[in-house]
Design a protein around this ligand. Structure first.
Ligand code: 2P0
Length: 324
């Protein structure tokens, strides 16, 4: 009898070279290649059961049944597995998010990577990591990278078959992040809509794509040399360039809040005092600080002077998908 149940965990990733815009919305093919660090303390666990007794897909997130919009997105994604494996049963999907949903902490990355890994087991397809990253990509772009641990590149590729993730460095050295949750409310505008708006209307968009490809080449060399100062400098500048491009959109996309800038100022102060640390921001107000893991607790203590302890998360480099 075919195995019809699968459970997996996937970890969030934070992009150091950002993905912001698709050249194909349906296949989720990005305009530029991107690169991220997978984190160990933010993750999603998902179970998929293909069950002949249900008449549609049922999606539970953190124990709560989800609305049709979320369920339909999961349904379309699982169809990729059902079609490939010849399964005609619907599924019950139970997901627990150990990431504040919609807070700009890449919950869709760990979410769709965990879903892909669980569906891979439940469907009996047994796809390898490369194929799985191609599947995960079609759920959410950033999920492509969460298939692997450490530093991961998502190659933009030339077609739907060669746009996938590649592990660059296992990250098993003195590197980590301190995340400051400035606001964990769900954002008003999704990344999906925000990137479309930016691509269509920002006059800076083409320059962003060119510049991101250059940054990617440079950061890969810096990672190879474990040069944290150069990695951080490139990542911080890349994040600023993405936000500048967003600000050029019509209507403009401003994700920062006053406290976002306050964190940036603290990072500048720490750097002046000799601690190498660098920030990066995504489609939300939260700030992720790249640093040596051995400096992370000291950075946390400094941040605790202005922010609540429960809003500060320290993370090391995390692993790839894990079947449970
Ligand atoms: C990234 N972000 O590279 C960039 C930087 C946010 C800012 O990937 O439409 O949820 O599902 O492919 O992956 C967020 O976008 O978007 C994202 P879809 P996704 O991490």
């Amino acid at each position: 009898m075919m195995l019809n149940r699968g459970k997996a965990r996937a970890y969030a990733n934070i992009a150091l070279i950002k993905y912001w815009g698709k050249r194909d919305d349906q296949l989720v093919l990005p305009m530029n290649s991107s690169l991220s660090l997978t984190l160990d303390s933010l993750y999603t666990e998902t179970e998929v059961v293909f069950d002949e007794k249900v008449d549609r897909d049922y999606f539970y997130l953190d124990g709560k049944i989800q609305d049709m919009e979320s369920t339909n997105r999961v349904n379309r994604f699982l169809d990729l597995f059902r079609d490939a494996a010849g399964i005609n049963r619907f599924a019950i999907i139970r997901s627990i998010n150990y990431v504040p949903t919609g807070a700009g902490l890449a919950s869709s990355a760990s979410g769709f990577a965990a879903l892909a890994a669980a569906a891979n087991v439940a469907s009996g397809l047994n796809l390898d990591h490369r194929e799985l990253s191609i599947y995960a990509r079609q759920g959410s772009g950033s999920a492509t990278r969460s298939i692997y641990g450490g530093f991961v590149e998502w190659k933009k590729g030339t077609n739907e078959e060669d746009s996938y993730a590649v592990p660059i460095d296992d990250g098993k050295w003195d590197i980590g992040m301190v995340i400051v949750i400035v606001n964990s409310r769900k954002k008003n505008i999704s990344s999906r809509e925000g990137m479309k708006q930016t691509l269509l209307t920002s006059p800076f968009y083409n320059n962003w794509v060119e510049s991101a490809e250059e940054d990617l080449k440079r950061i890969k060399i810096a990672i190879e040399n474990r040069d944290i100062k150069l990695i951080g400098k490139i990542a911080e500048a890349n994040s600023f360039k993405m936000h500048a491009t967003m600000l050029g959109a019509d209507p403009p996309l401003l994700y920062w809040e006053p406290e976002t800038i306050r964190v940036m100022e603290i990072v500048y102060e720490l750097r002046e005092e000799g601690t190498p640390c660098y920030f990066t921001m995504d489609a939300g107000p939260n700030v992720k600080i790249l640093c040596r893991l051995s400096d992370a607790q000291r950075i946390r203590r400094r941040l605790e002077q202005g922010f609540k302890s429960k809003h500060i998360i320290v993370a090391g480099s995390g692993p790839g998908i894990t079947v449970l």
